[in-house]
Design a protein around this ligand. Structure first.
Ligand code: ADP
Ligand code: ZN
Length: 217
């Protein structure tokens, strides 16, 4: 099963991806997580993308494609994977199709996370992330048990550079201009399923039901 989680920033794609990973034993490939790791490890790639990400702009397609190509060829992706945050524009989607074709595989579903825009801003400003394991928390509706400490691994929580208010505006603009066209793109390919992203739990259950039915076919 090869899945894409699509939608604006802050709608819970990362959280749902983790739940799906457990449920269906599929690896999550999050380009955002991979890039943030490169930044914290201060690699050459990390240095290159740090400023771009800090502004909330998209990292160049060729860099993303290299990461993806290398990643999906690994053994753990043999029976599928879950993309979170990729593809981010039509160009990336077309490149993905090419890569998929070469490997004789295809995307089964694209899940579009729907949430009103005013809720997105609230979610992003109150989001906190574990430094160690990348788990997301939300100070209003999904806070950690202990302030600033990850429930799962005890790591320290921090606010992402691009979750600060100045950057959020630009990210949403970038989203509308570059990523939103993918909704229509995948609708036309009959791959799109719209899920209600009001809560991560609901979104997860909706997706789980669709996939369970699919697996029974
Ligand atoms: P969110 O879903 O909250 O926007 P991500 O972790 O997916 O956050 O992405 C954070 C940043 O990483 C983006 O603003 C962008 O700069 C970069 N990025 C992640 N994935 C991609 C991608 N597929 N193409 C280009 N840039 C990306
Ligand atoms: Zn953690």
């Amino acid at each position: 099963m090869r899945l894409i989680l699509l939608g604006p920033p802050g709608v819970g794609k990362g959280t749902v991806a983790k739940k799906l990973q457990e449920e269906f034993k599929l690896p999550v490939i999050s380009t955002g997580v991979i890039l943030r790791e490169e930044i914290s490890k201060k690699t050459e790639l990390g240095q290159k993308v740090k400023e771009i990400m800090g502004r909330g702009d998209l990292v160049p397609d060729n860099i993303i494609l290299e990461i993806i190509k290398e990643r999906i060829k690994r053994k753990d992706c043999e029976s599928g994977y879950i993309f979170d945050g990729f593809p981010r524009n039509v160009e990336q989607a077309k490149s993905l199709e090419k890569v998929n074709k070469e490997l004789n595989e295809h995307i089964n579903y694209v899940f579009y996370f729907e949430l009103p825009f005013n809720q997105i801003i609230d979610r992003l400003t109150s989001r906190r992330v574990c430094k160690k394991c990348g788990t997301n928390y939300n100070l209003s509706f999904n806070p950690p048990k202990k302030d600033n400490v990850c429930d799962l691994c005890g790591g320290e929580l921090y606010q992402r550079e691009d979750d600060k208010e100045e950057t959020i505006k630009n990210r949403l603009q970038v989203y509308i201009k570059q990523t939103l066209p993918l909704k229509k793109y995948y609708q036309e390919k009959k791959l799109l399923a719209i899920v209600n992203a009001n809560t991560s739990r609901e979104a997860f259950l909706e997706i789980k039901n669709i996939l369970k039915k699919e697996l029974q076919k």
